[in-house]
Design a protein around this ligand. Sequence first.
Ligand code: CAO
Length: 434
Amino acid sequence: MVEIKQVLIPDIGDFKDVPVIEVLVKTGDQVKSEDPLISLESDKATIEIPAPFTGVIKEINVKPGDKVSEGALILSIEAADRAENAVTDAPVVLDKAEESGEVVVESVVDPKKAVVERIEKSLSESFVSSPKAHAGPSVRRFARELGVNLGLVTGSGLKQRILKEDVQAFVKAELSKSQGNDGFGATLNLLPWPQVDFAKFGPIKLKSLSRIQQITGANLHRNWVMIPHVTQFDVADITDLEALRKESNKSTDKDNVKLTLLAFLMKALTATLKEFPTFNASLDNNGNEVNLVMKHYFHLGFAVDTPQGLVVPVIKDVDQKGVILIAKELSRLSILAREGKLKPTDMQGASFTVSSLGGIGGTAFTPIINAPEVAILGLSRANVQPVYRDNQFVPRLMLPLSLSYDHRVIDGASAARFTTHLANVLTDMRLALL
Ligand code: CAO
């Protein structure tokens, strides 16, 4: 015989007017005895009210945000016939009763002890995993089964409470990431970072990273792990270029701008990028296919060392500018960078980046590509070297070039051709005019 029974809030100890945080079932759901029906949350505990018997939910009388106390009507269940309740549930519940001392749950009145026990259980559960996460025991259980760290899940429920759907959405997003649908990512299964008590070995002091360091650090880390980098080294004979630069700097006809090596380099680089357009491109993965976005503009980023950390302003349309204008913009943007006054637009849109350490020193380095660009050029300190030419050694000013490239897009032969071309242009800047 069909029997509709009301389920009331049982004895929940001293808790009164406890907010309903989540309704875990809907009308028409088939529930089994002990399935969680609703979650309550006081300032001390999360409480799940279990179904006292097997049946189908007929009507729900509470919603999230309602406040309830002992005796309040939660919902009505069309109970499965007693035989089913007894046959299907009794052994299970009885087993549990034997194991844990739980009371067999059969009627609206009986679940008291079970609920109290669940309160204790849920309190302990909420401390076991992700103690800071805001979620009920059934969601925690669900997350544990899937191996999800609730600390990483954003809750969409009342007071940012994590719902079952949030855990499902999180798992879906993680799976699609590991399948590379978000770009080119793969899940790294790394050892945890070593935790060392450095103070054991000597005096230490903590210094926090600047905001710029934190942002660039995260970007560099992503670029380093996601892009298969190869670095091609070369040297360019800039003896004549340096003579030209020094001569040009004597001229008064240049708005008092100091013409730096970097300004000439950018001009030469643009000529080489025009010759090798694949270096002036970006990889684009829209989830279905991977394309190379070829850029018909030449916006060059350049790394600037500032007291707050590394920033990369961008000079737009370098191909349309002369060396004097490029030098002017280099100076203006470097000053703004060092004063921390760059606007976001000053740092956007680069199609290729240069990192010049030549003013400081060094012979070569392996710059990290500024994603989503596909290559970056590093410059080290030019120095005079003996070069064997026409059966004799002659002193030449040689500029070390370090080109890091994304090997998914560029192969080694192209990279060697690129640096050879660039070195030739730097050796004879007239080539930049062609
Ligand atoms: N070889 C030899 N000398 C060089 C040189 C090179 N490759 N590049 C610059 N110089 C010389 C310049 O000619 C200048 O000398 P003079 O004063 O005698 O003319 C001096 O070094 C200083 O140059 P500069 O650094 O002021 O000017 P720049 O245009 O070469 O560089 C800038 C500008 C902004 C790139 C540079 O100041 C800077 O910040 N570099 C650091 C970039 C960086 O940190 N990269 C690392 C990224 S990865 O962590």
